[in-house]
Ligand binder design. Structure first.
Ligand code: ADP
Ligand code: MG
Length: 233
């Protein structure tokens, strides 16, 4: 289903999709085009998983949404605003990667506060937000810890907290659990869904594991033949 006709003046349109891709194509400079006329629509608060063979273009799709890859064609809309011409920092997208990519020389709390530094918050407001996020990911009291003392699972939960801190309109997760061992992955998949639901976050979640996809997401899509197709339950 496509979202309501978005207001092309760039105003916020009531009921508009949280994220909508219209005929999006991406081509690398060498001519390789992993995505061809891709369409996608995420309702506010929806969690969608994205499966696909290695090299099928999953990361490319997330990078295009975040503004890290230019589009060869098509449009990207968020809540009634066209964003595909906007620079990365103006798009309200959070990202979580496979290996967390935490800042090694910042404490846990200062990692989470990173995305809040450009916002006009008092130190007390920022600390309160960090505390709130630590609680959300089940790591209360960790603010002053060095990130180098965290386990793999803890680091991914802090990466999640950091990405959620600025309240992004859409969260993009690129295999965030793939580096963890199986038991932990299953446990964190359930927690990830709880956190996304509790914060009413719209999310696109890449995984190579169909079971993990159904544990985290409301519905699952697969990249096939350079386009997105629904995956039957
Ligand atoms: P996935 O995340 O599904 O494994 P990617 O999106 O990383 O796949 O890559 C999709 C395809 O695009 C692959 O064939 C990959 O080799 C190619 N690709 C990725 N990045 C580049 C690049 N910077 N230049 C050229 N080709 C690239
Ligand atoms: Mg990838």
């Amino acid at each position: 289903m496509l979202a309501n006709d978005s207001d092309r003046s760039g105003q916020l349109t009531a009921g508009a999709a949280a994220l909508e891709l219209r005929n999006v194509s991406v081509m690398y400079p060498d001519g390789h085009a992993p995505l061809h006329e891709v369409n996608l629509c995420l309702e506010p608060g929806e969690i969608v998983a994205l499966l696909g063979a290695s090299g099928s273009g999953k990361s490319t799709l997330l990078r295009a949404i975040a503004g890290l890859e230019p589009l060869a064609a098509g449009e990207i809309w968020m809540r009634g605003t066209r964003i595909d011409q906007q620079p990365v920092h103006q798009r309200s997208c959070g990202m979580v990667f496979q290996d967390g990519q935490l800042f090694p020389f910042r404490s846990v709390g200062r990692n989470i506060a990173y995305g809040l530094e450009s916002q006009r918050l008092t130190a007390a407001e920022r600390d309160a937000r960090v505390t709130e996020l630590l609680e959300l990911v089940g790591l209360s009291g960790y603010a002053d810890r060095s990130v180098q003392t965290l386990s793999g699972g803890q680091a991914q939960r802090i990466a999640l907290a950091r990405s959620l801190a600025p309240r992004p309109q859409v969260l993009l997760l690129d295999e965030p659990l793939s580096a963890l061992d199986r038991d932990l992955r299953e446990q964190l998949a359930g927690q990830l869904r709880e956190v996304l639901q509790a914060t009413n976050t719209t999310a696109l979640f890449v995984t190579h594991d169909a079971e993990e996809a159904s544990r985290v997401a409301d519905r699952t899509l697969r990249i096939r033949n350079r386009q997105l197709a629904p995956v039957a339950e």
